[in-house]
Design a protein around this ligand. Structure first.
Ligand SMILES: Cc1ncc(COP(=O)(O)O)c(C=O)c1O
Length: 376
């Protein structure tokens, strides 16, 4: 089977697994313990964190180890809103965020916060003008994802940051789960105050993530207990998981966009633009590792099954919204035509992808179109 569902999750890298096992065998003591083994484990944790901070160009800042992207997003959204509520109660996000941001925002609404959801164009991109209109004196938090997990659309974070910091005192958070490792994620260049990452999208381990914070930016904790992670995330820190995350980041972080992914993406685009029965979602300004295709008059799961029978693992728009077979909130937000909107398939490349896989993919797409044209 050829695995082309890397935006759902990736195969852990051997080097990551090795560092996880090595750390577990030797550094299993609690890093909060005062004895020598505890202190040595704490030194390892600090080293892993320094490395991670350097990789995102946030040396002066802090990184909180979490159980993944979902927890990091919840800590950012709920934690910042609670921490800064004396300044105001207005939050801005977008209509196409991952549910871990959107539902955290819905929760904030129940607590009395006012949330504005920015719309996106047909390319899945927000408008700076709308952000400008929505920013207010009492805006305390703006959360805009870097790369959308269903479309691959890339948001103009640096331009957003400039505007947000000029017009307000809001904290600017970005969910970078789908961008880091594929596009440069440099916190200084992007102008963001906090970013979310998740290890399992980077050939790391599931249930590990991080929230990177610029110096002086602190959310209120949402997990209460022993006060670990400078009081920001209670619970014994798994140093092996942190070490494995640092390793996965070190192996994946890029200074330039990955050219091989872009070449593969273009190859698929060239193939698909020949056919009327396929619409490529967000062909412009999209991350190189995600290609979402909409098949006219076909259900996404039918396409996914056809691809699977032909040796390829792909997904419907996102693993989270794929179970109910309905067009998800992202597909609705870009206003995809009714004839296409239930037939979205997401193909996502990763470290295990090769040129041969892409040739096989192209040939299966061509055969599938043939089948559709003949009326299945
Ligand atoms: C953009 C985005 N944010 C957050 C998450 C959640 O990450 P995790 O699975 O580590 O909780 C995902 C996972 O699909 C994602 O794609």
């Amino acid at each position: 089977m050829i695995y082309l569902d890397n935006s759902s999750t990736t195969q852990p890298d051997n080097a990551v697994l090795e560092s996880f096992i090595a750390a577990n065998l030797e550094y299993y003591a609690n890093p909060a313990s005062l004895h020598r083994m505890g202190r040595e484990t704490d030194v390892l944790l600090r080293r892993a964190k320094e490395q991670m901070l350097q990789l995102v160009n946030n040396r002066e800042g802090e990184v909180v180890i979490t159980s993944g992207g979902t927890e990091s997003n919840n800590l950012a959204l709920i934690g910042f809103a609670m921490a800064y509520r004396s300044r105001g109660n207005h939050v801005i996000t977008t209509k196409i965020e991952h549910p871990s941001v959107l539902l955290a925002c819905k929760h904030l609404e129940t607590l009395g916060f006012e949330v504005d959801y920015l719309s996106v164009d047909e390319q899945g991109i927000i408008s700076i003008e709308e952000l400008d209109e929505k920013l207010r004196k009492d805006t305390i938090l703006v959360s805009i994802m870097h790369v959308n997990n269903e479309l691959g659309s890339i948001q103009p974070l640096a331009a957003c940051a400039e505007l947000i910091h000029k017009k307000s005192r809001a904290v600017f958070h970005s969910d970078c789960v789908q961008s880091i490792g594929k596009l440069p994620v440099n916190m200084q260049h992007l102008g963001v105050d906090a970013i979310t990452v998740s290890a399992h999208k980077l050939n790391g381990l599931k249930n590990t993530g991080a929230l990177f914070l610029k110096k002086g930016i602190k959310p209120q904790a949402i997990m209460h207990g022993g006060g670990q992670e400078n009081g920001l995330r209670s619970g014994t820190v798994s140093v092996p998981n942190a070490v494995a995350l640092a390793k996965a980041l070190r192996l994946s972080v890029v200074e330039k966009e990955r050219a091989d992914y872009r070449t593969w993406r273009n190859r698929v685009l060239e193939t698909c633009t020949k056919y009327e029965n396929i619409q490529v979602l967000c062909p412009k300004n999209s991350a190189p590792h995600i290609v979402s295709l909409a098949f006219r008059g076909i259900k996404g799961e039918v396409a996914v099954n056809y691809f699977q029978e032909n040796g390829l693992i792909v997904s419907t728009s996102s693993a989270c919204s794929s179970k109910n077979g309905q067009a998800g909130h992202v597909i609705e937000a870009i206003g995809l035509h009714n004839r296409f909107k239930n037939g979205v398939v997401r193909i996502s490349f990763g470290n295990t992808t090769t040129d041969e896989h892409i040739e096989q993919l192209v040939s299966v797409i061509e055969r599938f179109i043939d089948v559709i044209e003949k009326g299945m």
